[in-house]
Design a binder for this molecule. Structure first.
Ligand SMILES: C[C@H](CCC(=O)O)[C@H]1CC[C@H]2[C@@H]3[C@H](O)C[C@@H]4C[C@H](O[C@@H]5O[C@H](CO)[C@@H](O)[C@H](O)[C@H]5O)CC[C@]4(C)[C@H]3CC[C@]12C
Length: 827
């Protein structure tokens, strides 16, 4: 239980509205300004669009657990074993099943090959000389990220193969978690009465299935590396592109009783008969010495590595294989700067690390498995928790690596000004933090190509701060730098048509940039709206600073972030146009719901504001800043009163105070401020910002209306519901369900003691996405009741980790900071 299991077979395609199907309410002006922008970008500048509404990624219900650690690139395998989603160039996805990339089994009894089969259900037109079409009924797939298991019952052979796929994604580990590797441990059970010789052959194309595979100049070579009494051998596949060249290694561990053989190069475009016959003959490959020739233009090459052992009658054997990709030095799309990936600090940046990485992976995977088990076991063994939750919690974590993630290492001689302009100098620990833990970025979504989209990261950040807190701290430092800087370049925003500068000083950016440009260097790739006027971004920074401090007790971080918090709150104060202690929205979609207009005081932004003001008071107290504490204390008093007066309707907080026909809509995210307060222990009676009875009543109303009155209570919570139980259709986004918001809502319910309701709410999303829509390992941002969805493989659902925090906090609250930690300036 607790994992994702599927018998290998085909499932029907769900209907979809791609991001390209523009909703009815969209103004023609927006369509034409987007189209003009798109045309210039893609047809004149020959670049790709950060959100491509005209070429959406088609839904394929094929994905499984990805391979690779954090930020070194990822290769996703499908649940049928295919190698099908590639992200080696940072942040850029390529969706292509490379048919050459396969595992093949050969069984020999009494010196005769009795069974040889590609472990794939496919029957492709390529490699016709291979025995394809394994019957999917005999295979089973399980995934519990970062591991997956493929079980193959070999028909008529009395042999069962189990392939354990492991990637080094280990909480609180900042070394092995960065490695671009995956291992495949093949357990062979021989249930027959005679011994069997078993070979597993791993074939891999030199490339990722793009045109570049045939661009010429690629070559392969065998390798062996002996170190510490352990020997690993295999083939290196050098992929020699002008930008971001890399080397694959297909490797196996040699040990007593195991023979490793290889074929340096074969033609994957041909019949493949040579390699097939080679294996068939004796269960081994020819193992030529020396390098292959470089490929000619138009020619593609591949390699094979085979591990063989004898398994006694009624016995068991193990074969250990690995896949490594070494792309140490990367350019983003602008090609302006050269960057080093995190793992280069341990394995070098010359591009010759594939043998050492293979050796390391094959000699350390047992340790990784132990650590992964120790982390997951208490949750998996908790009989109070439902199986679906265990699957959701771990499997949604795929996005940590497969979110176009990049993790960079800073060169040791890096100076503050190299990082990002004058703002950097003001943050005393910026350099030490980034030098020690590197720079981290992940996409808003595989289809929304912006790094660290901050209004969305607010939700997902729970996964980072709970599992890799130093990455969250590093990301926050990067945001803090951009707050202090500006970009005066003017540009036109697509929704309102107005021209304004790219980035203002003292406001939080929407995102840290487009990987197809030069992220960090040029922020705010998003140009739908001018987000300098968004009401949530600044608040989300303050809320995260305090939350991170509460969970990590990192006083130096708090100290550095404090002036930044003050600066963004000063900017935010101007949104309190009537000086009632509460900010007002501006009558546009000026927050994360960027197509849902909000006007006047609002439950969402107003609630975030009060929570941020509360946290400002708390931080001021910790830092001994009495003046600021007093200032925000006074605002809080006034703001609380205004919030209740303007928005509380006796049952829940109204969507906004504008008095429009949808002001009284019930927003599922209306308690977002309370969510963060609760996560930081600032929800006790004497500390409460929102009356407890109001929060509980609002959550019960959301449960009754947005959850139970929507799709029979089986699809999570719709973003906006009218009080009469009909979804709010005033905007495209009010009638959507946002999976990440639902997990956050469930966490809030758990925090407030509505545990059953919280689990029921979240379960609807899990079952819809992972079971009904077949969107495993590509959870979208949004779906509607009728099989309509938007933005596959999205960041926000990582918020499920806030459910886990809520559950853990119920049993054990994290210890309060010690007095010295509490007050770093005045110990
Ligand atoms: C401009 C249209 C309405 C104009 C009008 O009022 O006449 C917009 C109506 C629907 C919009 C698109 C849709 O909502 C999805 C996309 C949202 C995306 O923004 C990111 O998505 C997150 C919300 O899901 C948000 O939190 C995040 O910060 C954003 O980066 C932008 C593109 C959309 C396709 C969006 C485009 C404008 C509409 C067509």
């Amino acid at each position: 239980g607790g994992n994702c299991r599927a018998s290998l077979g085909r499932i029907g395609l769900a209907a979809r509205r791609s991001a390209g199907d523009v909703p009815e309410a969209v103004s023609p002006l927006t369509i034409s300004s987007y189209f003009k922008w798109w045309y210039k970008k893609t047809r004149i500048e020959k670049k790709s669009a950060f959100i491509d509404l005209l070429c959406a990624v088609p839904l394929q219900q094929i994905y499984g657990c990805p391979l690779g650690g954090i930020g070194g690139g990822t290769i996703t395998r499908g649940w049928r074993g295919e190698f099908c989603r590639w992200q080696l160039n940072p942040g850029k996805y390529h969706y292509e099943t490379v048919i050459t990339d396969q595992f093949t089994v050969c069984l020999r009894r009494k010196g005769q090959t009795v069974y040889q089969q590609v472990l794939s259900v496919e029957k492709p037109s390529a490699l016709q000389g291979w025995n394809w079409g394994y019957c999917g009924r005999y295979a089973f797939y399980h995934a519990l990220y970062p591991r997956a298991w493929m079980v193959y019952e070999l028909p008529g052979q009395n042999v069962v193969l189990t392939c354990r796929q492991i990637s080094p994604v280990i909480p609180h580990d900042y070394k092995d978690s960065s490695l671009p590797v995956g291992v495949f441990i093949w357990e062979v059970e021989n249930n027959s009465e005679e011994p069997v010789d078993v070979s597993i052959m791993f074939t891999l194309q030199n490339g990722t299935g793009t045109k570049g595979d045939g661009s010429g100049g690629h070559w392969n070579e065998p390798f062996a590396l002996q170190d510490g009494g352990e020997r690993v051998t295999g083939v290196l596949l050098h992929h020699c592109t002008p930008i971001n060249p890399f080397t694959f290694a297909v490797a196996a561990r040699e040990k007593a009783g195991t023979v490793i053989t290889h074929l340096t190069a074969f033609d994957p475009a041909g019949s493949g008969r040579d390699v097939w016959q080679d294996l068939l003959q004796d269960g081994k490959l020819e193992s030529p010495i020396g390098k292959s020739k470089r490929t000619q233009k138009g020619e593609v090459t591949a390699a094979a590595v085979c591990a063989s052992c004898m398994v006694p009658a009624r016995g068991h054997g193990t074969l250990e294989l690995a896949l490594v990709w070494d792309m140490p030095r990367v350019h983003f799309g602008s090609k302006e700067r050269l960057h080093l990936r995190r793992y280069t600090r341990f394995f070098g940046s010359n591009g010759d690390a594939a043998p050492a990485l293979s050796h390391y992976a094959l000699t350390h995977y047992k340790e990784w498995e132990k650590k992964i088990e120790a982390w997951q076991k208490p949750i998996l063994e908790d009989s109070q928790l439902p199986s679906w939750y265990k699957s959701a919690l771990f499997n949604e974590l795929y996005f940590m690596t497969d979110g176009g993630t990049i993790w960079l290492d800073l060169p040791p001689d890096c100076l503050p000004q190299d990082l990002q302009g004058p703002g950097a100098a003001k943050l005393s620990h910026l350099l030490p933090v980034l030098r020690e833990y590197g720079r981290f970025a992940y996409l808003e979504g595989q289809e929304y190509r912006m790094y660290n989209t901050y209004d969305v990261h607010f939700y997902a950040s729970f996964a980072l701060v709970m599992l890799w807190p130093k990455l969250q701290i590093s990301l926050q430092y990067d945001i803090a730098v951009t707050v202090l800087n500006e970009d005066m370049q003017p540009r036109q925003y697509l929704v309102c048509g107005k021209t304004a500068q790219v980035k203002l000083k003292n406001v939080v950016p929407h995102d840290i940039g487009d990987p197809d440009d030069e992220p960090w260097q040029r922020v705010n790739a998003y140009l739908m709206h001018d987000t300098a006027n968004w009401k949530d971004l600044n608040l989300k920074f303050v809320l995260q600073v305090y939350r991170d401090y509460y969970l990590t007790h990192d006083a130096l971080y708090l100290q550095d972030m404090w002036p930044v918090c003050q600066a963004v709150m000063e900017s935010e104060l101007k949104f309190d146009t009537d000086n009632d202690g509460l900010i007002e929205n501006g009558g546009t979609a000026d927050q994360t719901y960027d197509a849902w207009v909000v006007n006047g005081a609002s439950a969402y932004c107003g609630g975030l504001w009060l929570a941020a003001v509360r946290m400002m008071c708390e931080m001021a107290e910790v830092l001994g800043d009495a003046e600021t504490q007093q200032k925000y204390g006074a605002i809080l008093q006034k703001g609380k009163e205004s919030f209740e007066r303007l928005l509380w309707n006796g049952k829940y907080y109204n969507y906004d105070s504008s008095g429009s026909s949808t002001s009284s809509s019930i927003m599922s995210d209306q308690c977002a401020g309370q969510w963060f307060l609760g996560a930081c222990g600032l929800d006790q009676k004497e500390l409460e910002v929102f009356p407890k009875s109001h929060i509980v009543s609002a959550l019960k109303t959301i449960f009754e209306k947005n959850v139970m009155s929507f799709a029979g209570g089986t699809m999570g919570a719709v973003n906006g519901m009218r009080p009469d139980g009909v979804p709010d259709t005033s905007s495209v986004q009010s009638s959507e369900v946002w999976v990440g918001v639902v997990y956050a809502l469930a966490a809030t319910m758990i925090q407030e003691g509505l545990v059953q309701e919280g689990f029921h709410t979240a379960e609807g999303c899990y079952r819809t996405v992972w079971e009904n829509l077949g969107m495993a390992f590509q959870t979208p941002e949004a779906y509607c009741e009728k099989k309509v969805y938007r933005s596959l493989a999205y960041m926000r659902p990582l918020s499920i980790w806030s459910m886990q925090l809520a559950l853990e906090s119920k049993t054990r609250r994290p210890p309060s900071p010690t007095p010295t930690q509490k007050n770093p300036l005045h110990p």
